[in-house]
Write a protein that binds this ligand. Sequence first.
Ligand SMILES: C[S@@+](CC[C@H](N)C(=O)[O-])C[C@H]1O[C@@H](n2cnc3c(N)ncnc32)[C@H](O)[C@@H]1O
Length: 228
Amino acid sequence: MSDFNYSLVIPGTDSFQRTISHRTRRVYDYLAGVYPASTFLFHSKAHKCALDMAGIRDGMRVLEVATGSGEMFRRLVKANPGGSTTGLDLSPNMAARTQRRAREEFPGAKANCQAVDARHIPFRDETFDAVVCCYLLELLSTDDIAIALRECRRVLRRKGTFTLVLIGQNTDLFNRAYKVCGNIAPAFWGRQVDRRVPGMIEATDLQIVAERTVRQGFYPSRVICARR
Ligand SMILES: C[S@@+](CC[C@H](N)C(=O)[O-])C[C@H]1O[C@@H](n2cnc3c(N)ncnc32)[C@H](O)[C@@H]1O
């Protein structure tokens, strides 16, 4: 595996020198009950697109990293009723909600979600056919993005697909608004990483095979599908 290419980050341009996971965990724990509204308003279109691009088929072993309140997770379980769908999220309240809602909606499906940090995924190498991760990397420092990407690749089988959703960085006004929000509440918003992550994916030895840009109202997302 090739090492992360640090020249992709211009010194002094990254406002996130380290991951503030204790604060991120606290804020997402606190918001777990109301977070579905935000997902519905801003993320649902990109989730649909990611599901389509991930090529999930029934019977697969699927992992979702950073499930949030579980809206994408339930889409994955629905597409994979006879397989196994595993979720993880740093916030115990988010993970518990994800698991409870999936089990209520799909009682016969093999669906599990645990409170786990994406930087240390507790599964053996090549456990999953597909790994999906939506809107997590914004919350990690650049070094931790590289670590999380390596973990996603490690647990993915050869030729398996890694599908990633990022907040788009292609709209100037939105970028400025995001920067303000990120300065006010960095543990919740993080900062945009869309421009730097594709290079980091390739540096992790994952080959990008498809990309799409999605807009939901004023909120842009970028969906990237890569193969191991
Ligand atoms: C912006 S939300 C996105 C939630 C969901 N993926 C979606 O598409 O709506 C980010 C989620 O990442 C989780 N998270 C943050 N840091 C994490 C980490 N190091 N490992 C796992 N999950 C993390 C948060 O708890 C939160 O639920």
